[in-house]
Design a protein around this ligand. Structure first.
Ligand SMILES: C[C@@](CO)(OP(=O)(O)O)[C@H](O)COP(=O)(O)OP(=O)(O)OC[C@H]1O[C@@H](n2ccc(N)nc2=O)[C@H](O)[C@@H]1O
Ligand SMILES: Nc1ncnc2c1ncn2[C@@H]1O[C@H](COP(=O)(O)OP(=O)(O)O)[C@@H](O)[C@H]1O
Length: 285
């Protein structure tokens, strides 16, 4: 096999610590104000360079063909943008639930862009990689840049921030929530008055909310049950358009204790919040 050079890299999850919908663009995309933070938990990609230009992916994801996988789309986009003759053999260890609001697909795409930029010695800047990433999904740029951020527009205007870094227990209530389904819902509120980043940060976690939550609760009762169950035990919220919900805990012991109580029909994990992406930590090592 014509492979040389190999990297194993994390593709961490993100949380939306708060999310406001402030309007809509002419093309239907929603204007958001959100605080993104990473988790020290996610997928793992192994990327090996090939000198024959071929792209291969070992990943079996339900309902996603290899061709549609954001990993191959990112790799093809990078080949096309640079004209490189390099290829890659990529394998994915998937841990993040798909369509969970944890940005797993976007994170896989960002890890592919940064990993192949390194392996193929392309030397593209983070600005260029973030621009390529935005074509693949609204959440890709924050994973490319690798710092917790205040996001505006559709998530592409990013300002780095330092947020509190508690432990989180993330629960997947076993239902898939489709992002377009939520954004198409007539009852979704789209008129939250814009606020400044300073005001959002000043309010702190106790003041943060997610404008998608009432709509997701109504359309997906199992998510509402998970939010209610978790909310009785710790401050809890929806991430993105769901389906995952997360509880905020000060100490790891509290997260461990809560995890043991989660009803068996839901999947859950605990992880600490990170203001710097574990992907960028790994690339610097
Ligand atoms: C809502 C957020 C918040 O972080 O998270 P998720 O719940 O998906 O993780 C994201 O902005 C999601 O970003 P991402 O998952 O990359 O969305 P995309 O694939 O770009 O868009 C899927 C579809 O959702 C709608 N969409 C998406 C983003 C946005 N700001 N407005 C929209 O109306 C569009 O119909 C689009 O075709
Ligand atoms: N590598 C990938 N990992 C996850 N989802 C992918 C991937 N490639 C394509 N997809 C598609 O992207 C959709 C959104 O995935 P994901 O980023 O996990 O969810 P969310 O945007 O809710 O956080 C999936 O439902 C799937 O159809």
């Amino acid at each position: 096999m014509p492979e040389h050079g190999m990297l194993t890299l994390p593709a961490p999850a993100k949380l939306n610590r708060m999310l406001h919908i402030t309007g809509r663009r002419d093309d239907g995309y929603h204007l958001l104000q959100t605080l993104f933070q990473f988790l020290d938990h996610g997928d793992t990609l192994t990327l090996a360079s090939r000198d024959d230009g071929e792209l291969r992916l070992d990943a079996e994801l339900a309902g996603v063909t290899s061709d549609d996988n954001l990993i191959l789309r990112a790799a093809r986009r990078l080949q096309h943008a640079t004209g490189t003759r390099s290829g890659a053999h990529i394998s994915l260890r998937k841990r993040l639930p798909m369509g969970g609001g944890l940005g797993g697909g976007s994170s896989d795409a960002a890890t592919t862009l940064l990993g192949l930029n390194r392996l193929w010695r392309l030397d593209l800047s983070l600005d260029t990689l973030a621009t390529l990433g935005l074509e693949l999904g609204a959440d890709v740029p924050v994973f490319v840049r690798g710092h917790a951020a205040w996001g505006e527009g559709i998530g592409e205007h990013l300002t780095p921030v330092e947020l509190d870094t508690p432990w989180f227990v993330v629960v997947h209530p076993g239902v898939g929530v489709s992002t377009p389904h939520i954004f198409k819902a007539p009852e979704l509120t789209r008129d939250t008055p814009p606020i400044t980043m300073a005001r959002a940060l000043q309010g702190g976690a106790a003041s943060w909310r997610n404008d998608c939550e009432p709509t997701v609760r109504k359309l997906y009762p199992e998510v509402a049950r998970a939010l209610d169950w978790l909310g009785e035990r710790a401050p809890s919220m929806l991430t993105g358009t769901g389906a995952c919900v997360f509880a905020r805990l000060e100490r790891e012991e509290d997260a461990t204790a809560l995890l043991t109580e989660i009803p068996e029909h839901w999947q859950a994990f605990k992880a600490p919040g990170r203001n710097r992406s574990p992907l960028h930590d790994a690339l610097d090592r």
